[in-house]
Design a protein around this ligand. Structure first.
Ligand SMILES: C[S@@+](CC[C@H](N)C(=O)[O-])C[C@H]1O[C@@H](n2cnc3c(N)ncnc32)[C@H](O)[C@@H]1O
Length: 192
């Protein structure tokens, strides 16, 4: 009995140390929490974002290129890539660990590619549909970039945070677990 308690204690200590180290790593890459950590989409907000993306993807006769800017472990990309093999999906994230998890989850999906890096340095002009779930600072930085770069007919679905300076074509009430969240849809065909 004592040996099992000792083993359990050791596993717990190792897990806590691992978590602490990851926390420090996440703090470092997010430039001291200037940018959001890995936190998956959830509740109605996730349902609405997926639903909006599905409408766009199923109405397109040509293959589209979809990117999740800050893809985390693929809460949005995995279900979309499974459902729409004709479209191409790219997950962009700078967190080494979440990229490894996403790569593992996507190992049977030939239409999903993972890029580890800062999406603020990515070329956004190649994407037809851009997804994001960020925070105030990251959404502000991204707003400036999309206004300069994105395709003429590109669309953006932003969960929880408005992209400042852009005109949403739709704003959905996405209250989730008592939180007053929204999903913002932008369509560059109507000029951002
Ligand atoms: C709130 S999570 C969103 C996860 C996923 N998109 C979802 O909806 O489930 C935000 C992710 O953005 C990533 N991130 C934040 N700023 C970034 C940047 N400038 N470049 C790349 N990834 C970034 C974080 O590492 C984190 O995994």
């Amino acid at each position: 009995m004592d040996i099992f308690l000792l083993l359990f204690g050791c596993v717990l200590v190792v897990a806590c140390i691992g978590f602490e180290l990851y926390f420090l790593y996440a703090l470092f890459i997010s430039k001291n929490c200037k940018y959001p950590p890995a936190f998956p989409s959830f509740g109605n907000m996730k349902k609405i974002a997926l639903n909006e993306a599905e409408k766009i993807l199923q109405n397109s006769n040509t293959p589209l290129k979809v990117v999740d800017l800050g893809s985390g472990t693929g809460g949005l990309l995995i279900p979309l890539a499974r459902k729409f093999p004709q479209h191409q999906f790219i997950g962009y994230d700078w967190d080494f660990f979440v990229c490894q998890i996403l790569k593992f989850r996507a190992r049977h999906l030939s239409n999903l590619k993972v890029i580890r890096g800062d999406f603020l340095k990515a070329d956004l002009s190649q994407y037809d549909l851009l997804l994001c779930f960020l925070d105030t600072q990251a959404a502000e930085d991204l707003s400036l970039k999309v206004q300069q770069e994105i395709k003429e007919n590109a669309r953006i679905i932003s969960s929880a945070f408005e992209l400042k300076g852009l005109n949403p074509t739709q704003i959905y009430d996405a209250k989730s677990y008592g939180m007053p969240l929204k999903v913002y849809v932008y369509d560059n065909r109507n000029n951002l």
